[in-house]
Ligand binder design. Structure first.
Ligand code: GDP
Ligand code: GDP
Length: 437
């Protein structure tokens, strides 16, 4: 499980600037769902000692009947609900406003650690900045500049220290032959139908482990003589006979399930095309480094032109998933499921691959002979050997000189070469560099 950091504060203090810096924005998951405020952003925080989830409570849009204060209180309460630790952001340039006192009041009841961060402090004197904000009674104010990155890393490390019990651990399969699968996607795309179809008449053991990980339920699946563990998300659970209550879709649960899995099956509703949220979940899976299989569901009953349309949608919006297999399935009619699981097997195997140093080094040598790293600032980087630095996702560490000068396009070239040489289908692959002496 990853720790969840929630950003709270009135509009314009710099929450989204901070959010973008923490997540590098690409992987923002936008919850554009009824019942959730559309402006809430979810992302995977990087660049600290461990990964974490970050939620931006967004700019509140008060309606005539709620007003800004009520709306802010509501948003703050929702945020608290999902947080392990809260960063309360205030604006050094604007100073304290009545809205800050309202938020502080709500946060005091939160039973969560709260860090008070004073933003926009670049070029300002620390002592002067913090003096103003002591009045809030939220502890020692920490000066940061989201726009310039000052103090941000320290702030995040402090926040993470408050949730020590939730150290991120790489997902470990129970044994090397049992993939852990997260079935994820928007509400109503057919996740529970798919799980039920997979379970079918085969022998099933569903077990509930309250307390082990927050609210997570695992389902053991045996299919064609192979074992799998399905990590439940809210969408799956609501159909299970055990839980009747329809739970609201939780983005945090979705992200945690992805973190906890070896392979994600991203389920998409063919009738809806590729929505922004589908793309965001896909990007999150890539950022988390999980193996991926895409299930384009509800393929039954579509006209030819509709099928053409969805394929164009995929080409346009999901190009970045070029490493993954796509399956056109019908969970309802149980069509395409064996092929889907076969791709899960392939992706899992690729994600867990052991890549031997001599082979990696040989492939690297061939790649650099074919195409040398371009010269930067008058120097050509020299790449000497490669070893495997991790799996799920496979990480290839390339050792050499002047590796700082290597361009992203060359790294993509190497990724492609390694992927092809080792037949790594269905998993992200990371190429990193190690500067030799
Ligand atoms: P949000 O409404 O809380 O999400 O705030 P935004 O992130 O949209 O920021 C509001 C404004 O403050 C924007 O114009 C930002 O460029 C600016 N801003 C954000 N962080 C900083 C900072 O560290 N320093 C300065 N000077 N401006 C900032
Ligand atoms: P979830 O919220 O993602 O778990 O979605 P559900 O499994 O509850 O399915 C939502 C709706 O889509 C239900 O009415 C299902 O019967 C329907 N559905 C699911 N899979 C298919 C499919 O392959 N084809 C068609 N036509 N409908 C489907």
């Amino acid at each position: 499980m990853l720790p969840t950091i929630v950003l709270v504060g009135r509009p314009n203090v710099g929450k989204s600037t901070l959010f973008n810096r923490l997540t590098r924005s690409r992987d923002a998951l936008v919850a554009d769902l009824p019942g959730l405020t559309r402006d809430r952003h979810y992302g995977r925080g990087m660049g600290a000692s461990q990964p974490y989830l970050v939620i931006d409570t967004g700019g509140f849009e008060p309606t005539a009947d709620t007003g800004i204060l009520k709306e802010m209180a509501k948003q703050t309460l929702l945020a608290i609900d999902e947080a392990d630790v809260i960063i309360f952001l205030v604006d050094a340039r604007a100073g304290l406003t009545p809205q800050e006192f309202t938020i502080a009041q709500t946060l005091r009841k939160a039973q969560r650690p709260v860090l008070l961060a004073v933003n926009k402090t670049e070029g300002m004197r620390k002592a002067i900045v913090s003096a103003d904000f002591h009045e809030l009674g939220m502890g020692e104010p920490l000066s940061i500049s989201s726009a310039h990155g000052e103090g941000v890393r320290d702030l995040i490390e402090l926040a993470l220290e408050t949730v020590v019990e939730k150290i991120a651990e790489p997902a470990e399969p129970v044994d090397q032959d049992t993939p852990r699968i997260a079935i994820v996607g928007r509400p109503n795309v057919g996740k529970s139908t798919l799980v039920n179809a997979l379970l079918g008449e085969d022998r099933v053991i569903a077990f509930d482990e309250p307390g082990t990980t927050r609210d997570s339920i695992e389902i053991a699946l045996e299919k064609n003589g192979k074992h799998y563990t399905i990590i439940d998300t809210a969408g799956v659970r609501k159909r299970g006979k055990v839980f009747e209550a329809v739970e609201k879709f939780s983005v945090v649960k979705t992200m945690q399930a992805i973190e906890d899995a070896n392979v994600a099956i991203l389920v998409v509703d063919a009738k809806d095309g590729i929505t922004e949220q589908d793309a965001h979940v896909a990007a999150y899976i890539v950022d988390a480094g999980r193996a991926l299989v895409v299930a384009i569901n509800k393929w039954d009953g579509l006209q030819d032109d509709e099928r053409e349309w969805i394929k164009r949608e995929i080409d346009r919006k999901l190009q970045f998933l070029d490493f993954a297999k796509f399956h056109y399935i019908s969970a309802l009619r149980k069509k395409g499921l064996n092929e889907l699981l076969a791709s899960v097997d392939v992706a899992f195997k690729a994600a867990m691959s052991k890549l031997a140093t001599p082979q990696l080094t040989r492939v690297l040598g061939e790649a650099t002979t074919q195409h040398q790293p371009p010269i930067t600032r008058g120097i050509r980087p020299k790449l000497r050997y490669a070893h495997q630095g991790g799996s799920n996702p496979p990480i290839v560490v390339v050792h050499g000189n002047h590796v700082d000068g290597i361009k992203a396009s060359y790294t993509r070239y190497l990724e492609g070469i390694f992927r092809k040489a080792f037949q790594l289908v269905g998993t992200p692959l990371r190429v990193q560099y190690n500067q030799g002496e």
